[in-house]
Write a protein that binds this ligand. Structure first.
Ligand code: 13P
Ligand code: SF4
Length: 366
């Protein structure tokens, strides 16, 4: 008998409480056949249904290790692609809303990275001298590019280990798409700021001179996160004036000046672990996405730990926010009927090369 397909428009009319009920019923019906992964930036109504939550690295490992037939990824597109690459062929990865992308990931594409590689070849021998390193926040074809050129993937929690590995092989790194993660990590390793140049992908030769390229240790793609760029050093100055004993923790996608003024810098998982381990009476200023900070605030308040969002204006990741209970209920109810909607499938050749770069990352930072 043909599977019944449910239309999204029927779910768009349901309120959150009705969706919540349907998601719970679908989870019960599917049992171990389905696992829901939720990134820390997901809204509460969706996050509540996650079987596993984590930062990008933890969720990649979870996808690689899980046995479920269906992996429903409540996160953004590149995360679901990684889950598809690392899971087995008989497993199916689903992204509840196909429009849940990442604006930073979109700042690099295969065309402009290949052009950069060719332009670098006018000054040096990139395949001998440059390790391409892509932040996991990038499309699968860029991970495949790294796989083809002896490069690797990193996340916000293992960038240091990945860069150490990269420099042990070649003298320079081309780091894309996030300039801030690259610069913050390079600086931690003792690389002077003037040996980290910014590659403007809209300009010939990245807007750099041959001399600048020859001298550079890290060539930083001019990408950034539109959410983290909302946090400024003066937010930290103001907090410290008002709360001299307060502590500041930031995600490494923040600008160099923000990270320099912070007491701690780390991935979403590190931020959660650090704040959760603090003593009652501690007051934190947190520079990362609002949904995570609000949840942490509510969790820590009864423990006497105060958690404050870094920006005075509301800023959240609008693409993470696209995954709502209506989309989740829609994909789950379809699965109960054995009907798959919104499958993420990376083409085989691309997946093989991307997996090489991902496996290297998982090996060296295990
Ligand atoms: P994490 O890997 O730290 O969760 O970061 C992912 C991300 O997109 C942050 O903006
Ligand atoms: Fe991308 Fe920034 Fe959203 Fe993270 S917070 S998914 S980097 S747009």
């Amino acid at each position: 008998m043909a599977a019944t397909a449910f239309a999204l428009q029927d779910f768009s009319r349901l309120d959150d409480a009705a969706c919540d009920e349907r998601i719970r019923a679908a989870k019960a019906a599917l049992g171990e056949r389905c696992v829901i992964l939720g990134h820390h930036y997901q809204r509460d109504e969706v996050f509540a249904h996650a079987d596993f939550s984590g930062d990008s690295l933890k969720l990649s490992k979870q996808a690689a290790e899980c046995d479920a037939e269906y992996i429903v990824f409540c996160g953004v597109h590149f995360m679901a692609e990684v889950a598809d690459i690392l899971s087995r062929p008989e497993q199916t990865v689903i992204l509840p809303d196909m429009a849940a992308g990442c604006s930073m990931a979109d700042m690099a594409n295969l065309r402009n990275v290949e052009r950069a590689w060719k332009e670098l070849a006018q000054v040096l021998d990139p395949d001998e001298q440059v390790t391409p390193v892509t932040y996991i926040n990038s499309a699968a074809d860029l991970k495949a590019f790294c796989g083809r050129h002896g490069g690797i993937v990193c996340t916000s929690s293992n960038a240091r280990g990945v860069l150490d590995w990269s420099f042990s092989r070649r003298e320079k790194v081309l780091f894309f798409p996030d300039q801030h993660l690259g610069r913050n990590t390079g600086h931690d390793m003792g690389i002077p700021l003037d040996e980290m140049v910014t590659w403007d992908f809209d300009k010939p030769m990245g807007g750099l001179t041959e001399e600048e390229i020859r001298k550079a240790r890290i060539i930083l793609w001019k990408g950034f996160c539109s959410v983290h760029q909302m946090f400024h050093p003066n937010h930290i100055d103001k907090f410290r004036e008002q709360h001299p004993d307060g502590l500041v923790i930031s995600h490494p996608e923040n600008a160099f000046e923000v990270c320099q003024k912070s007491d701690y810098v780390g991935s979403t998982e590190t931020i959660l672990k650090t704040v959760r381990a603090s003593e009652p009476g501690t007051h934190w200023l947190v520079g990362t996405e609002l949904n995570l900070v609000n949840r942490l605030h509510n969790e820590m308040a009864p423990k006497g730990v105060k958690v404050q969002f870094m920006s005075p204006v509301v800023c959240m990741c609008s693409t993470m926010f696209r995954t709502d209970p209506q989309h989740l209920a829609w994909v789950m109810d379809n699965l109960v009927e054995d009907h798959v909607v919104n499958r993420i499938r990376v083409p085989e050749d691309e997946a093989r090369e991307a997996k090489a770069a991902l496996d290297l990352m998982l090996e060296i930072t295990a």
